[in-house]
Structure formats: structure tokens, C-alpha cells
Design a binder for this molecule. Structure first.
Ligand code: AMP
Length: 278
């Protein structure tokens, strides 16, 4: 495994690959969710690139950019064990040199949900992902369904801008009790870790309502909110039952829907989702 820090190094490495190349973009602080993406990339491609870059432009001024967990040595050991070929870990100035002044705005799908609650977030995500795709030029790039709106934004970006890459979605990896794995879970105290289960419980409630034949989306949102509000440490950012294509809220559930939520547990903001009827 080689660690690359400059764009010319990545271009040279990519140029020497004759078969397919897979890219897994990450912000580090790796867990089994990330490693599942890496294994998928390993199975599908002759060569695997993983990027580790905590992208400042996708964090708001009051968010956790400075505090975001970083543990490079541990991450590199985990990636070595997965037989990754190249890790791209650029310093800030390699991606955002002086004078950098472009951002990629992926329209309507960036607007609701995370877009409403994290102003500018998807401008940062879309811009850095397009840069990484242009730098590495992978055959395939791997993204988790855990960040469902991010996946939708990137799929739109790749279609609209004719980026020659296949976007491969990977299902959410969960702890044994249902909590979605996240780098931010390390912020949780033991009691908050327990409280954080309320996200999974609310999604499980939605699945149960759906299985029992309920189709009034507002009733889903209300019941999920009520359940979350019973948890003292939890503060709701949003609870959504939306069309998976447009991310617009639906009234009645007729086809597949994305049930998603963002909840603060103490100071830690967690997101999760499931698709029903897909
Ligand atoms: P991050 O480091 O949080 O930016 O995540 C890097 C990639 O890993 C993104 O495509 C995420 O959607 C994906 N990811 C994060 N957590 C999980 C998880 N629990 N299961 C599957 N994919 C995940």
C-alpha cells in the first residue's frame, strides 16, 4: 500500500493501472461501514484507491470540523489489512490552493433535509467529490446509503456533468443493536450511546407501520417524532418520509419512500434512514 499526498502522484499511479480502479472517498476515522465499501471496491476492481480528507468546506461554522476524529495511523493499518493499493491523503492546500474559487451546485435535490439544516453542506460535498473523481478518474466510486441524500446528490452530479464513473451504493452497516456505524459515534457518552438507539427504534417503528399497511405519511412522521421525543437526550432536526428520487415529502405512501431522520443526541448530530417498499 502506498500513501500519496499530491495530485501528480495520484495521476501517475492511476496512469500505471491497466484494469479497473475503484475509489472509496472517506473522511477517515474508519469503521466497519467504511471497510465494507473498501471490500466491495476490492472485489470489483483490479486497483483500489481510498481517499482520506476531512473536507472543511462541507462543515458549517458551528459544526465539528476542528473536533472531527482523526487517527491516521489506525486508519492506514486498517486499510493495509484490506489490501488497499493507494491511500490519497492530500493536505488542505493540495485540494484548495490559493485562489480556489469554484463550487458545484447540484440543484433541487441538495435543498431539503440535510441541505436545509446544514447550509452549504452539499456545495462542499459536491465540489470535493467531483475533484476527487477528476483526480483519481476511477472506473467505480463507492458511497454508503447511510448518507442517502449525499448518494442522491452525487448520482445527479455524475449524470448531469457526464462524469465517466459508475457510482456504486453500499447498504448501511449497523452495530448489533441497530445503531448505524458513524465516525461521530465516538462522541457519545455511554448514556448517550444508549439514547442514540432512538434513531433505529424510530426507523423500526416506520417499518412496522408500513408492514401493517399504514400509508398516511404524516402519521408515520408523527408517530416517529412522538417516539423520539420520549428520549430526554434527543432533539429532532427532521423526520422525513420522502420520494427517494426527488426527496420531496409525500402525503400518501404509494411507491418506495425514503424514511430519514437527523437527531441530536446531546451535542452529537446523527443521521439514519431506511427505504420502504423498494
Ligand atoms: P465519511 O467518512 O463519513 O465521509 O463516509 C465515507 C463513506 O462511507 C460515505 O460514502 C458514507 O456514506 C459511507 N459510510 C459511512 N458510514 C457508513 C455505514 N455505517 N454503512 C455504510 N456506509 C457508510
Amino acid at each position: 500500500m502506498q500513501v500519496l499526498t499530491t495530485i501528480p502522484e495520484v495521476r501517475a499511479a492511476r496512469g500505471a493501472v491497466s484494469g479497473s480502479a475503484g475509489l472509496v472517498p472517506t473522511m477517515g476515522a474508519l469503521h466497519e461501514g467504511h471497510l465494507t465499501l473498501v471490500r466491495r471496491a476490492r472485489e470489483d476492481n483490479g486497483c483500489v484507491f481510498v481517499s482520506i480528507f476531512v473536507n472543511p468546506t462541507q462543515f458549517g461554522p458551528n459544526e465539528d470540523f476542528a473536533a472531527y476524529p482523526r487517527d491516521t495511523e489506525r486508519d492506514l493499518n486498517l486499510l493495509r489489512a484490506e489490501n488497499v493499493d493507494y491511500v490519497f491523503m492530500p493536505p488542505l492546500a493540495a485540494l484548495y490552493p490559493d485562489g480556489f474559487d469554484t463550487s458545484v451546485d447540484v440543484g433541487l435535490i441538495s435543498g431539503p433535509l440535510e441541505g436545509l439544516h446544514r447550509s452549504g453542506h452539499f456545495l462542499g460535498v459536491s465540489t470535493v467529490v467531483l475533484k476527487l473523481l477528476n483526480i483519481v478518474q476511477p472506473s467505480r466510486a463507492y458511497f454508503g446509503r447511510k448518507d442517502a441524500q449525499q448518494l442522491a446528490v452525487i448520482q445527479r452530479l455524475v449524470r448531469d456533468l457526464d462524469v465517466p464513473v459508475e457510482i456504486v451504493p453500499v447498504d448501511t452497516v449497523r452495530e448489533s443493536d441497530g445503531l448505524a456505524m458513524s465516525s461521530r459515534n465516538v462522541y457519545l457518552s455511554p448514556s448517550e450511546r444508549q439514547a442514540a438507539l432512538v434513531l433505529w427504534n424510530a426507523l423500526s417503528l416506520a417499518r412496522e407501520l408500513w408492514t401493517r399497511g399504514a400509508r398516511d405519511a404524516e402519521a408515520f412522521r408523527r408517530r416517529m417524532r412522538e417516539l423520539i421525543e420520549e428520549e430526554e437526550a434527543a432533539r429532532i432536526d427532521y423526520v422525513s418520509v420522502a420520494d427517494p428520487q426527488t426527496l420531496r415529502e409525500v402525503q400518501r405512501i404509494q411507491g418506495p419512500v425514503l424514511v430519514s431522520l437527523a437527531v441530536r443526541i446531546g451535542k452529537t448530530r446523527l443521521i439514519d434512514n431506511i427505504t420502504l417498499g423498494g
